[in-house]
Write a new protein. Structure first.
Length: 122
């Protein structure tokens, strides 16, 4: 049996600001934006090519905004960094580790993101 992670909740303070950040600067697709009632809004966003999405909104979680840590694997860290910078996102320099090449950024609430290019396996 396969277990597939498909959705991770990322806590935010301002849903519209976060949605704009993830769509306009991080390049995520806006899949859904539904307000079910005054206390519940569900926004689903998906990174390019990903099978896993994030959910932001109101009434989704009691977790404090700025506490999420997420990681995305990319084929080319330099190209991914250039794309994000081209969208106006402040992203750090490429960092090389034995376990891969990384760049880091944060959303407006301080939720932290890492992009990793896996090392070549011999």
């Amino acid at each position: 049996m396969d277990w597939k992670l498909e959705l991770v909740t990322v806590p935010v303070t301002d849903v519209d600001r976060a949605k704009a950040f993830y769509v306009e600067q991080a390049g995520f697709a806006a899949d859904h934006d539904h307000t079910l009632d005054d206390g519940l809004r569900f926004v689903q966003l998906t990174p390019p090519g990903s099978a896993c999405s994030i959910a932001i909104g109101s009434g989704l979680t009691d977790t404090a905004p700025g506490t999420a840590n997420c990681q995305i694997v990319v084929a080319d860290i330099e190209a991914a960094r250039a794309e994000l910078r081209g969208r106006g996102l402040e992203v750090g320099a490429v960092q090389d580790f034995d376990w891969g090449r990384f760049v880091f950024f944060a959303d407006p609430d301080g939720n932290r993101w890492a992009l990793q290019q896996l090392p070549e396996r011999g």
